[in-house]
Design a protein around this ligand. Structure first.
Ligand code: COA
Length: 382
């Protein structure tokens, strides 16, 4: 009896259109611009649920009751401090090191001081994930304080996750408006299906590598400007344009020279990113609270309109994040680290899902190199 040969799956450049995992964490409907976390529309969560509630939702599958949230917040608050060697690493980093490199190395080093590092059971991974969520803002604030020549501050246990981060960054508690803007940002970026860094985390954990290994890998993938690095790149673009009157010429020139405009376009959302409008609204609120008359939101809107005259491309999550983070006083070079502060929740939840799935992720490749080469020993190669 003859069996017909199984056709090799078609090569999909950039894995476009490939469904590589099943997840119950978040869904992205690109055609309709809908993002949900465990079935909750992002528009309902934005402004109504805190980041801590969203982390609980991702980790435990349901929104917390008030009592559950209180206990969860207490646990998070208790885990914010860093081992001294991590602080020493941060303050010993050369001034030339990028904040993302320092964050990635600090997170990798945290594994040394994690007693449960090798335990990939659900319970241990949840405990470690909670600790990482709590520690990320402390690491990022310490990186900034050191780079700015200020003393590194201890976390403030009286403040929530977002407010404490801004406190540790700036050395004093920030306004309610700023704290709410920071919290909203963290909620909006907490998870996003199988984006590049999350996929990286899942690939690493599919080998049974521990949480710290997977999160360190994810930070590496987030760094590039086609992914998390786009907010920093967007703000640098707005600063480079510098004036509302120069927007159209800048965009026309970018298209003429095939220069990509950062913060614009998306692999999945082809008719707009649902997170962008919340970030626009809050960037505008933050801008109005400034006394210096800066116009980066108007410039961003000008870029959006000018891009649309060339191509149907829309702002993604990083586009209006850029001016919003800028108005929160966050240095542009820190933007990708701030993205990581939020996304560590999604990465961790995906790692837990991947452990449950218990399947090695190992795709094939279409070999296009030379075939049937004749080996010549080194001595005969001339
Ligand atoms: N500026 C100018 N042109 C852009 C563009 C941008 N930001 N994003 C996409 N395009 C163009 C592409 O060059 C391509 O043009 P072509 O058809 O003439 O080749 C077309 O629009 C389709 O885009 P494509 O490259 O197929 O989209 P993708 O799904 O592969 O890439 C991104 C998605 C996000 C990588 C891409 O839009 C991009 O580089 N954006 C800027 C970086 C960014 O903001 N990243 C954060 C994402 S959340």
């Amino acid at each position: 009896m003859s069996t017909s040969p199984v056709a090799a799956p078609a090569f999909a450049k950039g894995l476009v259109g490939v469904i590589a995992a099943q997840t119950a964490l978040s869904s992205v409907d690109g055609a309709n611009g809908v993002l949900t976390y465990r079935g909750f529309n992002i528009h309902d969560l934005a402004g109504q649920a805190s980041y801590e509630e969203v982390v609980y939702l991702l980790f435990h599958g349901a929104l917390p009751t008030a009592a559950q949230l209180g206990a969860f917040q207490q646990e998070l608050t208790a885990q914010r401090a860093l081992p001294q060697p991590i602080l020493d690493h941060i303050t010993a980093a050369p001034a030339s090191a990028t904040p993302m490199d320092v964050l990635r190395t600090a997170v990798s080093m945290l594994a040394y001081y994690e007693p449960e590092v090798e335990d990939i059971s659900l319970e241990a991974t949840l405990r470690k994930a909670l600790k990482l969520v709590a520690q990320f803002p402390t690491v990022v604030a310490a990186i900034h304080r050191h780079n700015a020549g200020h003393a590194v501050l201890a976390p403030n246990g009286a403040l929530g996750h977002a407010a404490n981060f801004l406190y540790m960054l700036h050395g004093q508690a920030q306004s309610d408006l700023s704290n709410r803007a920071m919290d909203l940002y963290l909620v909006l970026l907490a998870d996003h299906s199988l984006n590049a860094s999350t996929f990286t985390a899942r690939v690493a954990s599919s080998t049974n590598a521990d949480l710290h290994a997977a999160i360190t890998a994810a930070i590496g993938a987030l760094k590039g400007n086609l992914h998390g690095g786009a907010a920093e790149a967007t703000m640098n673009t707005l600063l480079e344009i510098g004036d509302l009157g120069r927007v159209d010429a800048f965009v026309d020139n970018a298209f003429a020279t095939k220069r990509k405009i950062m913060g614009i376009g998306h692999r999945i959302y082809k008719s707009g990113d649902p997170r962008a409008r919340h970030l626009l609204e809050w960037a505008r609120r933050m801008e109005q609270a400034q006394a210096n008359g800066a116009q980066y939101v108007d410039m961003a809107l000008g870029v959006e309109a000018a891009v649309l005259r060339h191509k149907e491309l829309y702002p993604n999550v990083d586009f209006f994040s850029a001016p919003m983070l800028y108005y929160l006083g966050i240095p542009t070079a820190l933007d990708t680290c701030v993205f990581a502060i939020s996304r560590v929740a999604g990465w961790s939840a995906h790692v837990i899902e991947q452990y449950k799935d218990a399947t090695l992720i190992r795709p094939g490749a279409d070999y296009i190199g030379p075939k049937h080469q004749t080996f010549v020993p080194l001595v005969d190669r001339g």
